[in-house]
Ligand binder design. Structure first.
Ligand SMILES: CC(C)(COP(=O)(O)OP(=O)(O)OC[C@H]1O[C@@H](n2cnc3c(N)ncnc32)[C@H](O)[C@@H]1OP(=O)(O)O)[C@@H](O)C(=O)NCCC(=O)NCCS
Length: 117
């Protein structure tokens, strides 16, 4: 919950909870300007397992992209772990395309993707 990309501070980060009444249905880690001012970066996104595959994630991402465009962002960026078919399918379905860049972690590779707004 406190993780930050290099050079960023907590005042540029939102750890957002989406609720249906009292029930937490999704969480998103959002960095407002990374790697540049006009790019919003999703560090983490997860929907409640009971709610998955019902279109919830897609509608929240659509809403986020609309909101980011409205405040002047040009792009949303994120990464998925290479070999996570659920994440890859979900982000591609939501208009994200691979940038060609990868981040090599100790135990896995992160595929970097973007969606123009
Ligand atoms: C990825 C995630 C956020 C999607 O949320 P969601 O509310 O299920 O999203 P939607 O219902 O809008 O879409 C889910 C899509 O994933 C597909 N999917 C689900 N499981 C899958 C799997 N194992 N392999 C391939 N596709 C899969 C569904 O078929 C659906 O696509 P479709 O509409 O083309 O059929 C959610 O599944 C999740 O939290 N997963 C665990 C955490 C995670 O991987 N987060 C992403 C990190 S980058």
């Amino acid at each position: 919950m406190n993780a930050l990309p290099p050079g960023k501070t907590m005042n540029e980060k939102y750890y957002v909870g989406y609720y249906d009444g009292e029930r937490l249905i999704a969480v998103m880690d959002l960095i407002m300007a990374f790697p540049d001012k006009t790019t919003a970066f999703i560090g983490f996104f997860m929907t409640n397992v009971d709610m998955q595959n019902k279109g919830l994630g897609t509608s929240l991402v659509a809403e986020l992209c609309d909101d980011m465009a409205r405040i002047g962002k040009k792009e949303v960026r994120l990464g998925w772990v290479n070999g996570n078919p659920q994440a890859e399918h979900f982000w591609k379905k939501n208009g994200f395309v691979e940038t060609g860049a990868t981040n090599e972690m100790e135990e896995y590779t992160v595929i970097v993707a973007r969606r123009e707004l």
